[in-house]
Design a binder for this molecule. Structure first.
Ligand SMILES: Cc1cc2nc3c(=O)[nH]c(=O)nc-3n(C[C@H](O)[C@H](O)[C@H](O)COP(=O)(O)OP(=O)(O)OC[C@H]3O[C@@H](n4cnc5c(N)ncnc54)[C@H](O)[C@@H]3O)c2cc1C
Ligand code: SF4
Length: 489
């Protein structure tokens, strides 16, 4: 523990965001640099609790040794802090930027004071590592002669590839997109995670011997069975890509798109690609409606504002979250409270309407021009299912002029057509790919990790899943493993 009274003497501080007017002109990350001394001070707020809930099951899914590296940061022991952080997290430069930080929700200091600034400290430890040349390619000393094919290059596939490569197996990652990274590359906007950060890591992994094959759609242009024949084990990390739809009247009008048809186009433009006119979706000069009040909706908002939307509005079916924890949501649970994202800050006025249900869309010449909606409330929960029925509030129907609708209501499960059907993979009750405690599917030698089996989740959970699958695959291939366990899976 660096400073015994740090938590009493020092206030929580986080890096400031750049002025809204500036950041709306570009796609760069929204935070300003934070002096190194400030990070050290923030590390000193850590109380080094006897039971560090920040790294428990309700805190960091990776079990990051947070109090230890907070102390090392306070003591200026950056290289030691990096080495400890990398022992539990393959990609702290990603989570240090975009993790919602459940660790901070479980921080003991958070019971009575603002929690320790954990996520930002994680980011700076990783960045110091790159800056000082400590992140060098570290290929395995010996190869085992075993081969593993990984399908999907999101955080789950990348974490598994990194672990399996370190264990000496020869790993090939197949990706259907033209760039590596999954949602880190196509989906999550540049203003949250600049893509040079993703490519920097991919280059490091390549130098360590991981092979990447883009434009390889397994189950479509390469049969899944081919991988089974040519590799000793196969790991599927294809994400949860089937979006939740809104089956209301007028849904098929032009101008209504899924968020994931919209966001990756902007990622591609930022990377210098040209989107053909006939498929290009942009918010420029449009009245935009985003349906869904979660993080994907917030990413659509920030992107639409940067594209020069005339007006943006967001509908959310659920109640507005409270500003503080409710009694049924005590510490150290994830606080289900209202969060103002950087995109909402950029809108400069409240854009989200809560308890709104979309009734239908109408249009002219085949293009959407209006949304028709109503205010709702939730009735008493059903005793058997626990579900609360939705009740329309009489006299609250309204309509609104719109030119572009972005559907951001989450994802239901992985795509079943293609690979999942070809390999006859068993599904769980929610349509995700089922697996046993070793992350093996019903097909011997085929493993699964990340959103594809867990359902729509977080980058940090995808990394934990990838690490756990790697451990099981290593054991399957050579009969034992020294790869670490993901404690909370
Ligand atoms: C818009 C958006 C913003 C988000 N923001 C955050 C955030 O800020 N913080 C956070 O923690 N989480 C965020 N998430 C969630 C997070 O990105 C996911 O939980 C995480 O990326 C899941 O990782 P994964 O590796 O399982 O799958 P993915 O990242 O979805 O990667 C799956 C990859 O598999 C490829 N693939 C699929 N099928 C095939 C096939 N048959 N052949 C070859 N390749 C295939 C896909 O092209 C994709 O590249 C966000 C999600 C979205 C949609
Ligand atoms: S990965 Fe997320 S939960 Fe874990 S320490 Fe980092 S910010 Fe916290």
């Amino acid at each position: 523990m660096g400073s015994v009274k740090g938590f009493m003497d020092i206030e929580r501080e986080t890096p400031a965001t750049r002025p809204v007017a500036d950041r709306l002109k570009d796609q760069k990350e929204v935070y300003q640099p934070f002096p190194l001394e400030k990070y050290r001070e923030q590390g000193a707020r850590c109380m080094d609790c006897g039971v560090p809930f920040c790294q428990s099951a309700t805190g960091c899914p990776l079990g990051n040794a947070i109090p230890d590296w907070n102390d090392m940061v306070y003591r200026d022991q950056w290289e030691e802090a990096l080495s400890l952080l990398l022992s539990t997290n393959n990609f702290p430069e990603f989570t240090g930027r975009i993790c919602p930080a459940p660790c901070e929700g479980a921080c003991v200091l958070g019971i009575s004071e603002p929690p320790v600034t954990i996520r930002n400290i994680e980011e700076i430890i990783a960045e110091k590592g790159f800056e000082n040349g400590w992140m060098q390619p570290n290929p395995p000393q010996k190869r085992t002669g075993k081969t593993v094919a990984i399908v999907g290059s999101g955080p789950a596939g990348l974490a598994a590839a990194d672990q399996l490569n370190q264990a000496g197996h020869s790993v090939t990652v197949f990706e259907k997109a033209d760039r590596i990274g999954g949602l880190l590359m196509y989906g999550i906007p540049h203003f949250k995670l600049e893509k040079t950060i993703v490519s920097r890591r991919i280059e490091l992994m390549k130098a360590e011997g991981v092979e990447f094959k883009t434009n390889s759609h397994i189950g479509v242009n390469i049969p899944g069975n081919e991988l089974m024949e040519n590799y000793d084990a196969v790991l599927l990390c294809c994400g949860s890509e089937k979006p939740r739809d809104l089956p209301v009247e007028g849904r098929d009008l032009d101008g209504i798109h899924f968020a994931m048809d919209f966001l990756p186009q902007q990622n591609k433009r930022n990377e210098g690609d040209t989107i053909p006119e006939d498929i290009s979706i942009t918010a420029r000069d449009k009245n935009v409606l985003i349906i869904g009040g979660g993080d994907t909706g917030s990413d659509c908002l920030g992107t639409a504002l940067r594209q020069g939307a005339k007006k943006v509005c967001q509908f959310e079916l659920l109640d507005e979250p409270p500003s503080e924890r409710k009694p049924g949501n005590p510490w150290p649970q994830w606080p289900a409270i209202l969060r103002v994202t950087s995109s909402h800050e950029e809108a400069q006025e409240p854009v989200t309407q809560y308890n709104v249900s979309t009734l239908k869309f109408t249009g002219e010449n085949g293009r959407v021009t209006k949304v028709h909606a109503v205010k709702i409330k939730f009735g008493e929960p059903d005793l058997q299912t626990g579900r609360r029925p939705i009740e329309e509030i009489p006299g609250t129907r309204f309509e609104m002029d719109i030119d572009l609708v972005l559907l951001a209501m989450g994802f239901v499960h992985p795509v079943h057509e293609g690979l999942v059907k070809e390999l006859n993979l068993e599904l769980d009750g929610r349509g995700n790919v089922a697996c046993d405690s070793k992350k093996m599917t019903n097909q011997k030698g085929i493993f699964v990790a990340g959103d594809m089996t867990r359902g729509q989740s977080l980058v940090v959970w995808a990394i934990a899943e990838g690490r756990e699958a790697a451990r099981s695959i290593d054991e399957y291939l050579v009969g034992h493993t020294f790869l670490p366990h993901s404690e909370w899976l």
